[in-house]
Ligand binder design. Structure first.
Ligand code: FUB
Length: 338
């Protein structure tokens, strides 16, 4: 099924009302994972392409092949495309679908974490290493042992521990796992059952392995009960991210088919996290995926939409906008179009 383009007047209206413009327009980019390394902003996005694969619920039309790192000297500086940082042909275990990545910095080395499908169509997460935040990165020969599903996000805590958050349902295959075991015939829980949670594992000292068995995170409602699988406006779908503000851990994520970016807070990296609200209302395009990053004293939301491609879901553009924490710790909801 081909997607229909938005009418030019609709696109013009979205452009006029957009709170920010694409950071780069010469390529399509999505799923921006932003970090400040050595005083500069580095964004690790997906690099969207038209792979010519028909749209389906597995997301096969997201046929990305490589990663480019985008850097900004400061939030007001031009965004610079630093070229190809890693290509799927240089990842021995991966075949296709280089989806949302993230990166981490430790002891002068930079680590790029990325999901991709193996030859048997199962997603795993890999790591590639570089001496530079912009790459090129050299991939480890095997995927991270015990990894699965998609959307790795790595959080560095104040005590020097690094944690990977991961997972995504539907095309991201998380519904096929329980207790870290793959079951081809498993699906999502029934609507009245607890929703599937994102997965967390602490990383090893060398940043290339899990230092512990991955475990599922609980997201609770205002009564301390797990969000239910049928609660599509609030339950976890994909796009994990964690940031810490005033000692509170903020776990944020996409609700997928209801198109919200939501957040929940907790007092430690493993949760449980309690649902607090929406960060971003729906953007143009099916997916929504983000990061939250502080530059000097200002927090920013990095996100994407499909306005530049006239609404094509798999041709997205990364954007950034200021994000505000209120005095009570809640986050002001952002409407991407005024
Ligand atoms: O970019 C491919 C997939 O789309 C990501 O992994 C998801 O989070 C969604 O943004």
């Amino acid at each position: 099924m081909a997607e229909e383009l938005l009418a030019p007047e609709v696109v013009a209206d979205y452009k006029a009302r957009a709170i920010s413009q694409p950071l780069v327009e010469h390529i399509y980019t999505a799923d921006p994972s932003a970090h400040v390394f050595n005083g500069k902003i580095y964004i690790y996005p997906s690099h969207d392409i038209e792979a010519g694969i028909p749209f389906n619920d597995n997301g096969d039309h997201f046929g990305m092949e490589d990663y480019h790192v985008i850097s900004l000297d400061s939030p007001d500086s031009p965004a610079v495309d630093n070229g190809v940082a890693l290509h799927v042909k240089d990842v021995p275990w991966a075949q296709r679908q280089m989806w949302a990545p993230d990166a981490a910095h430790k002891n002068g080395k930079y680590y790029l974490y990325f999901p991709a499908k193996r030859a048997d169509d199962i997603f795993q997460i890999g790591v590639a290493v570089s001496d530079s935040p912009t790459g090129p990165f050299t991939a480890e020969p095997e995927a991270i042992k015990g990894s699965y599903s998609i959307d790795p996000a790595v959080f560095e805590d104040d005590d020097g521990n690094y944690y990977m958050y991961l997972g995504g349902i539907w095309g991201g295959q998380l519904q096929n796992y329980r207790n870290n075991q793959y079951h081809a015939d498993l699906g999502e829980p029934a609507d009245h059952e607890p929703a599937l949670g994102p997965i967390i594992a602490r990383l090893s000292d060398d940043m290339k392995e899990f230092a512990e068995e991955p475990r599922e995170i609980q997201i609770l409602d205002e009564n301390g009960q797990p969000l239910l699988a049928g609660d599509h406006d609030r339950r976890f779908f994909e796009a994990s991210w964690v940031h810490k503000h005033n000692g509170l851990y903020y776990f944020s994520y996409s609700t997928g088919n209801t198109h919200f970016l939501c957040y929940a807070t907790g007092d430690n990296p493993y949760g449980p996290f309690t649902y607090r609200g929406q960060i971003l209302t729906p953007v143009v395009g099916w997916t929504t995926h983000h990061s939250v990053c502080k530059y000097q004293d200002q927090w920013y939301l990095f996100y994407h939409d499909s306005v530049l491609s006239q609404g094509i879901t798999h041709l997205r553009s990364i954007k950034m906008a200021p994000l505000t924490h209120k005095a009570d710790g809640s986050i002001e909801t952002i409407d991407p179009y005024r």
